[in-house]
Design a protein around this ligand. Structure first.
Ligand SMILES: [Zn+2]
Ligand SMILES: [Zn+2]
Length: 80
């Protein structure tokens, strides 16, 4: 038993991914942060590709305010 790294939702210990915010429950989660869906304002992992609440898909909807280009392209690190 554990809490989601990103949103704190209570998860089963075997969960690979938070079903509340979409964050993977491993080191990759730490490359993102807590964010909000631009469509429905649900709490999401900032690198999630699909909103778990409204199914909005893709970065145009879900991209957090990434002003800092020096971070590179986070989407290249996501396994889909
Ligand atoms: Zn979560
Ligand atoms: Zn949404």
């Amino acid at each position: 038993m554990m809490d989601c790294i990103i949103c704190g939702t209570y998860l089963h210990v075997d969960a690979l991914k938070c079903n509340s915010c979409g964050a993977p429950q491993d080191e990759r989660a730490r490359s993102g942060e807590k964010s909000h869906c631009a469509i429905c304002d649900a709490v999401l992992w900032s690198l999630a590709e699909t909103c778990v609440q409204c199914n909005a898909h893709g970065y145009p909807a879900l991209r957090p305010r990434l002003g800092d280009k020096s971070l590179g392209a986070p989407e290249e690190e996501i396994e889909t």
